[in-house]
Design a binder for this molecule. Structure first.
Ligand SMILES: Cc1ncc(COP(=O)(O)O)c(C=O)c1O
Length: 375
């Protein structure tokens, strides 16, 4: 019998099918045999903010750090955490819409640190010119694509990766120095972090059960995930990573999962190519050296973004906004950044999904975007 296909049917044929939001708890029978960009000499912290705070405290006491330059377009929760270190924060103009920032008009001085971000895994390695490089120390954030060529060949002073954005772990971040600088001392896990991790981990496990049609309610994992995240946001003390993350981390088939992310991004980009009302940001290089974190969709207006987002949510597709800038923690965020953040939607392309899932959500976006014609 021929089955008529109206829209490609997602792989997970259950009433519990959903796309996006946080990772649930799963692993893979395929083991990892990949070397990691951080090598043996690295430290693990409770999350990305803990790793950055530990590094800044260390730099202020041992390397005379005075000012931290951060990109104008960045996650404001992380900015709050950086401000809590007491270091002076300056912003430089940057955006995921550019492949690299421009530092020509900035006046760096000794004691400055430059924080560079591989936004949404779209960038390739770029060099800061020698006049600046000789004055400053560089910290790179490779959270959105920890296995890029840039991360493997980095010449930054330190690099950081928050692990839970690309891997199914409840916590954890890696800090390393590609040029062999000393690292801050590692710390044990704090009791506050243990509680937060337990909530996040339980939420991940229950979400996995929910997706597999067990009789658990969505609220059960949603409430725990939110509560765990709030505990992460409110932790004063720097913590080490959980035993759980430390033990499971070396077992993940990261290369295979990354390749899936790359292909899923391509599928979505192909279906939505050439639509006049949306642009999908593309990686700097079309080889696997650069792998997008997900699909960053930039709509022609905030109204269309809002409408498509709400229709997607009512179809169980949960995109993110990376990042809301309506309550900036620093001055100097240009209007272009705010406009960009109001028109962007981030669609997950990770290893949870295959080609048919991506075609299905691309067709939804196409349909909802067309329906949202602004009169
Ligand atoms: C690029 C980037 N770096 C660092 C962080 C901080 O990571 P964590 O939430 O693990 O503290 C985030 C979190 O959103 C992020 O997106």
């Amino acid at each position: 019998m021929n089955i008529k296909r109206k829209e490609t049917i997602p792989q997970v044929l259950s009433s519990r099918w959903e796309q996006g939001s946080e990772l649930h708890w799963f692993s893979s029978w395929r083991s990892s045999n990949s070397s990691m960009p951080w090598g043996k000499h690295h430290c693990l912290f409770g999350n990305g903010r803990h790793a950055l705070k530990a590094l800044i405290d260390f730099g202020q006491t041992t390397r005379n750090w005075r000012r931290l330059w951060i990109p104008s377009y960045f996650c404001q929760t992380v900015v709050s955490s950086l401000l809590s270190t007491g270091i002076e924060i300056c912003t430089y103009i940057d955006s995921p819409g550019y492949y690299e920032p421009n530092f020509d008009n900035l006046e760096f001085k000794k004691g400055d640190i430059l924080f560079l971000v591989n936004y949404f895994g779209l960038r390739d390695k770029f060099f800061v010119d020698d006049t600046h490089r000789n004055l400053i120390e560089i910290v790179e954030d490779h959270t959105h694509d920890p296995w890029s060529d840039w991360a493997y060949t980095s010449s930054a002073d330190w690099c950081v990766v928050s692990l839970r954005k690309t891997l199914p772990v409840p916590d954890g971040a890696v800090l390393w120095s590609p040029v062999g600088h000393q690292l801050p001392s590692t710390v044990g896990i704090t009791s506050a972090h243990k509680v937060a991790v337990m909530e996040k981990f339980t939420a991940m496990v229950i979400k996995g059960l929910y997706l597999n049609n067990y009789s658990v309610m969505k609220e059960a994992f949603r409430n725990l995930a939110i509560s765990g995240e709030e505990k992460f946001d409110n932790q004063g003390m720097i913590s080490g990573a959980s035993e759980l993350t430390m033990n499971i981390l070396p077992t993940f088939p990261v290369k295979i999962w990354r390749e899936r992310r790359y292909l899923n991004h391509q599928t979505l980009s192909t279906v939505l190519a050439k639509l006049p009302w949306v642009e999908i940001l593309q990686p700097k290089s079309n080889k696997l050296s650069v792998c997008p974190f997900g699909a960053s969709l930039i709509f022609d207006s905030p109204e269309r973004q809002l409408r498509v987002r709400s229709l997607l949510i009512s179809s169980n597709v949960y995109p993110s906004i990376l990042w809301p800038l309506d309550q900036p923690r620093t001055e100097g965020i240009p209007p272009e950044n705010i406009d960009f953040s109001q028109r962007m939607l981030f669609l997950h392309c990770d290893m949870r999904y295959d080609k048919s899932d991506m075609e299905y959500i691309s067709n939804l976006i196409h349909r909802f975007g067309e329906q949202s014609k602004i009169s």
